[in-house]
Design a protein around this ligand. Sequence first.
Ligand code: B3K
Ligand code: ZN
Length: 850
Amino acid sequence: NQAKYRADYTPPAFLIPTTNLEVKLDPEQTQVKASLVVEKNGVHNNSLELDAEVEKVVQIEIDGEGLSPDEFVYENGKLTINRAFEKAQVVIVSEINPKANTALEGLYLSAGAYCTQCEAEGFRRISPFLDRPDVLSIYTVTIIADEEQYPHILANGNLIAKQKDHKTGLTSVTWNDPFPKPSYLFAMVAGNFDLLKDTYTTISGREVSLEIYVDKGNLHLSDHAMESLKKSMQWDEAKYGLEYDLDTYMIVAVDFFNMGAMENKGLNIFNSKYVLADEKTATDTDYHGVESVIAHEYFHNWTGNRVTCRDWFQLSLKEGLTVFRDQQFSADMGNPVLERISHARVMRTMQFAEDAGPMSHPIRPDKVIEMNNFYTVTVYDKGAEVIRMMHSLLGESGFRKGMDLYFKRHDGQAVTCDDFVSAMADANNKDLSKFSRWYSQSGTPELTIQETKTGSVYTVEFSQRIYGRDDAYKALTIPVKYEVLNKHTGQQVERGVFVLEEHKGKLEIKTDQDVVTVLFEDFSSPVKVKRSLPLSDIKLIINNASDAFCRWDMLQTLWQMVAKEGKADGEAGRTLVNCLIDIVLKQELDPAIRAELLTIPSFQSLAEAFDEINVDAILKTRTLIPSLVTEQTQQAIRNELAEMGPVNNDYNKENVAQRSLKASLLNLLSFSDGEEVKSILRSVYDNAPNMTERVSALNASLNLGDALVQDLLNQMHKSFSQQPLVFDKICQIAASYNGDEVYQMMEYWASQEEFDPSNPNRIRSLYGAFVMRNPAQFHALSGKGYLFLERLLTDVDAKNPQLAARLIDPLLSYQRYDEQRVALMKGVLLRLSSTELSKDLYEKVHSALA
Ligand code: B3K
Ligand code: ZN
């Protein structure tokens, strides 16, 4: 388990300008013949050393001559060829076993269909190769299979030949991808699908065939994905002048997939969760997920595929940028404020926690053991925040100039994050050298804010640091979008952007009024803010800030203050309850924002406020506050729900807002007791015209004991049997139940026919939800929750290391809990560390114990 370092990068010793693959598909003995043109890169005498993790190397030929066994060595993931050449045709025949591939990396079987996942280093499990992103090759791929069983045989690029061999009865299909690409973008698929076809005419008038392949019987669930694809193509042309470049764009939805989706050139492979949707089976959140993941993978065609990464340490080059682009797209398609709220939530709960824990790394990591462990919220989401700050500093048109220059310089290349920043800097004649520290420094900056008023000068002083890192910490460039409000009237006095560039800085405002500032509008920087505002100012901001994000944000601050006070009847608690009551009663507020304001913050987001996480205080706050609010508003809530009536099923901004408001109100209502609430929830469930409302009723019912929730879950199971994506929702809700019964409930759902433990979606839905969405049970002082995870990890790691490595994350923050929980969690880590672990889990467990 050797670490690799960014500083050790060297260019490849050989290049592979063309790659021909011939793949004879067989569940247990697939034969792959790779014919590679290999040439030396520079002058040297090194042997050709290929990355290889195939079952068996059968034969090697160089320029038509077979190698004898003493001319090559295959061990420890490397195939070394000891015959010198400048340029040669290298043929390697190897064998692999897709059926035994439970890690879902390389070529594997997903419910009977062959598919691949090569990023980051999966291609070497298909064929020996220079499996690194800076080796770009033109691929021609021939796949041989039984067409009756696999009518759809696909690979990247264009179909160039198809032939049936009448002797064997097998069909061979050949694809060519004219764009040179790294091996991680290779893909092939063979299966029996339903196909949804459409076309898109690009801005320059080329017609592109759009094809979505789904499991038989799922055609009616693919329309939203197709619409999302067309919107993405159109958006990228309008916003960035980027056009699609092949004649066909294919998306294949598979059930067995380790993550969301994969941007393979011209042949995206998707987790079916991010393709299939109709209103009966998918929630608004699912619709949003489909739209944004389709967009994300499509946008990769330029940011990732046309311009790719030089090495994996540069992953944020494509991921941070593509997340930023998909965020811009979602904001344009829907509600920009809601988008920012959800990004801030991800940053504050998941990313800040990661950055404060043992796996903390800069958005451009320096050291990696298992690359799959670095597809993180830091690389993706903090990476996107860093791009967003550049966007703020350069402005919309400056940013576009930078993007244009980036493509002009680097189309067809494998480049670094520095190349991206240079393009931005050069296009705008700006020095971004200080800014680029965001790429090399890990951790979340803590901003201390102090406000003073002398005469008619109002001063806001900022200072940045990371606790415990004072000597090493380099000042980062931090854009602060702000608004100054009159303390008494709430009127705007001034609005602007202040850029903090040193450890300390001052914003000075000339005014005779009594004022308060609203800071970090639109979550303008990914930082923690340390500021003690009087409750009266907090209230003023919640009611008057122009930026709805900040109104929401201040309310979150108030929730955190209450959690830290540990009681609901203190001053902060009373203020919070009153604010929430106001919001319940203020029906004229924008429904989308009102729904967010009435959402109870997650355990993780309240935990963010603590140095030592007080589990009980957080759990108490999350139930006491809503109980106090509903005590005084339940009649109003009931009336409003009754008046709201049915919402039209279509997926659009207005309807989504109405449904999410309904969900927040129902959830609040579930904190008042009485049989009446149960019957309201039951009737919402029974009369729900769509999945969103059914799930709202179910989520709310979680607060009312197990009888109702179990009853509704069984009802759902009956109406949607054999529908895995609905089954996942059932699992998620069951695993979130707060009570010791949750273990029986999980056992029950895991024993159902739909629950296939080798499918990552099932594991994530049932056990992932338990770990992430059930803090009371997971963190129970008995240690039962932790032990449950320990057993699960041991089981899962043996089959699917990537999946196991994701499930362990909540344990990595163990040092932030109280003494008893630290001991329990650490015990789990210690026991795990003494067993044989995958590279993935090894890296995380050992860094946590270091
Ligand atoms: N690039 C892929 C992620 C690959 C993860 C490998 N463990 C999906 C995406 O970010 O679009
Ligand atoms: Zn991506």
